[in-house]
Design a protein around this ligand. Structure first.
Ligand code: DP6
Length: 349
């Protein structure tokens, strides 16, 4: 017999960024962060997990290719979920798994991303969130999403925020064992459903410096990071939560753009410096900044993660359509800019 569960988890985009760890193994951040979870129809991971007495080891395939599960992050997630497994019964198949049997059973995992892996589109976020969620369903784990978020966090920090829709805060927590470092939903996806998210895929190649090693180097060498984590982000988190509650797009845009720019500034302040954005990314920033200024009030926010792709958040559908028109005019896909395509990562459509 084989028992299977399939789940789908969207990715999330941070508007106040997580960058830097206080504990590398447990994945504990040096500051709180806030993100928006995309609509699962657009950028998501689909994961099927299966268990069978015929499996003699845990195995995983990512986009059809087998990957090694020996990394600590996979092992940590598997161990934490197994430790919370419960009795499972499938009457139709005549299968009964007792809580204690899970230790001796192996799982097979098949995961697909419908967007470029490791290109700065937060694929690890959707990936680990989906892995933890589907394993939890398979093993009848009874923990709520908050507790599951603390497990997904041990796969990839940003993954903890993908357990909820809408705007989500990852509270860094104080405990050494990370028990209070969890995701908390701020508002659900209906709260601010006029927002439209467009992703300009500037380059879908794998990034040169992974977030994990990039943030380690920043913490080790940047003098600015401490100022950011201790002085700047705590204030921004309070202001951002208020802007989200009030649907105050001007403040939201100001904070989102400023935080993206400061994140890339600490990357530049790292030794050797880390460049995630390229010329096209910079031109997109200038274009949006100029447009927002000419409108008198901001209509589009931009944010860039650990890669050159632009995540653009428009105030509403009207501005999303105008934005797309502008982008297509200034940055036609496959022109001399190495921009390939646009993805509507809308959270509301
Ligand atoms: C720039 O979550 O990918 O996207 O915890 O080492 O797996 P690890 O890093 P990861 O870092 C994400 C960094 C970011 C900002 C963010 O999503 O908050």
């Amino acid at each position: 017999w084989v028992l299977m569960v399939t789940a789908q988890t969207p990715t999330n985009i941070a508007v106040i960024k997580y960058w830097g760890k206080r504990d590398e193994n447990l994945i504990l951040a040096i500051n709180d962060s806030i993100s928006v979870t995309l609509d699962p129809a657009h950028l998501c991971t689909t994961t099927t997990v299966a268990v069978s007495p015929a499996f003699n080891q845990d195995r995983m395939w990512l986009n059809g290719k087998e990957i090694s599960l020996s990394g600590g992050r996979y092992q940590n997630c598997l161990r934490e979920i197994r430790a919370r497994a419960n009795d499972v019964e499938d009457k139709k198949k005549g299968v009964k798994i007792a809580k204690k049997d899970w230790e001796n059973l192996h799982v097979h995992v098949a995961s697909y991303n419908n967007f470029p892996t490791a290109a700065g589109l937060a694929s690890s976020a959707a990936g680990f969130a989906c892995l933890v969620y589907s394993l939890a369903k398979l093993m009848n784990v009874q923990e709520d999403n908050g507790r599951l978020s603390a497990i997904a966090r041990q796969g990839s920090g940003s993954a903890c925020r993908s357990l909820y829709g809408g705007f989500v805060k990852w509270v860094m927590g104080k405990e050494e064992n990370g028990s209070d470092s969890i995701a908390v939903p701020l508002v659900d996806e209906k709260h601010w459903d006029e927002l439209v998210i467009i992703i300009a895929v500037v380059c879908s190649r794998q990034k040169e410096t992974s977030s994990t090693s990039g943030m380690r180097e920043t913490v080790e060498t940047s003098a600015l990071i401490e100022h950011r984590a201790k002085e700047v982000v705590p204030k921004r988190i309070i202001q951002m939560e208020e802007a989200i509650q009030k649907r105050d797009f001007a403040t939201f845009t100001h904070l989102t753009c400023a935080d993206s720019n400061q994140f890339h500034a600490v990357c530049l302040d790292t030794s050797p410096p880390i460049f995630y954005m390229n010329d096209t990314s910079h031109r997109i920033i200038s274009c949006v900044e100029k447009w927002n200024r000419s409108e008198g009030t901001p209509q589009v926010a931009y944010t860039f993660d650990a890669g050159p792709n632009a995540v653009l958040i428009a105030r509403n559908r009207t501005y999303a359509a105008l934005l797309l028109q502008r982008l297509l005019f200034h940055f036609p896909p496959n022109s001399e800019t190495d921009l390939n395509s646009y993805v509507i990562g809308d959270k509301s459509l």
